[in-house]
Design a protein around this ligand. Structure first.
Ligand code: PAF
Length: 282
């Protein structure tokens, strides 16, 4: 499988236009690189929906806060390219920061509502950075279908909202979270975990599963959330940003009583120097 790499929007558009001219559907998987099996499952899913698949690797500076891990974020383009080729990707778009944010760039996409709670509170400005870069990438690639992981569930809902609101001509597909055998959601940031922290990290998903079992047995939302937070503290997480049960579509708050509609439990917690997130359907 041969993989071509392009670095400019002009080269990207020329290749995608050539495919579309011959009637080929195009799928798109945006990433920040440091690829793992989760990303490759997105490429394979895109492959089932389109004849050609484009992936982007761009560590987007505008979605990192000043004290976050932009500089430390793992980067290995050669490895990423080899993995993408093995998963059936046809084209890698790997732009520079200058290509993505030209001199004088002054436009930001903000999505109110769904991007405000949870990571919107814990990481101010994060979703404006995500919404802006994803809007740009979707405009640049002009794919028929774009695939995003449910691992970043709030991000997925933000993107669904902006695609509707801005009439972007692309189908957004969410893909199930890829997990290690002990339940830990695969993430590029898992590389930061020490050997001692790795088994503790798996508690995040186990605690969510325990909470779901209780909610399904009729437990109150407020009690299940409080119990999950306590369990994470006991496991050794240094900071728990949130464990919350929310409406599955717009992420609005549920009442404190038993779950009464389609919902999602979402969590973010810090272990050592690693901030982990996870979520599951309730
Ligand atoms: O999920 C990610 O890797 C990023 O947030 C994305 C969607 C590629 C935007 O930079």
């Amino acid at each position: 499988m041969s993989l071509k790499t392009v670095r400019t929007v002009a080269d990207l558009r020329a290749q995608v236009a050539a495919w579309k001219d011959t009637g080929e559907r195009v799928g798109f998987v945006p990433t920040m690189g440091a690829l793992h099996e989760g990303h490759l499952s997105l490429v394979r899913l895109a492959r089932t929906r389109a004849r050609r698949v484009v992936a982007s690797v761009f560590v987007n500076p505008t979605q990192f806060g000043p004290n976050e891990d932009f500089d430390a974020y793992p980067r290995d383009e050669a490895r990423d390219a080899a993995l993408l080729a093995s998963a059936g990707c046809d084209l890698l778009f790997a732009p520079t920061v200058a290509e993505m944010y030209p001199q004088g760039a002054a436009t930001t996409v903000t999505v109110s509502g769904v991007s405000e709670p949870l990571d919107g509170q814990a990481r101010p400005g994060h979703f404006a950075g995500v919404a802006t870069v994803v809007t740009k990438l979707l405009n640049q690639v002009q794919a028929d279908v774009a695939v995003f992981g449910e691992k970043d569930y709030q991000q997925l809902q933000v993107i669904r909202r902006l695609v509707i609101d801005l009439n972007l001509p692309v189908e957004v597909l969410g893909a199930p979270t890829a997990r290690a055998d002990d339940g830990l959601a695969l993430s590029s940031r898992n590389a930061y975990l020490t050997e001692a922290e790795r088994p503790v990290a798996a508690r995040l998903n186990q605690v969510l599963r325990e909470a779901i079992a209780e909610l399904n047995a009729g437990a109150r939302v407020d009690a299940a959330e409080a119990k999950a937070i306590e369990a994470l503290r006991t496991a050794g997480f240094a900071r728990i940003d949130y464990v919350e049960v929310r409406d599955a579509a717009d992420l609005s708050r549920l009442g404190p009583g038993p779950v009464d509609r389609s919902s999602r439990i979402l969590a973010a917690a810090v272990l050592g120097r690693t901030r982990l997130i996870d979520n599951m359907a309730v």
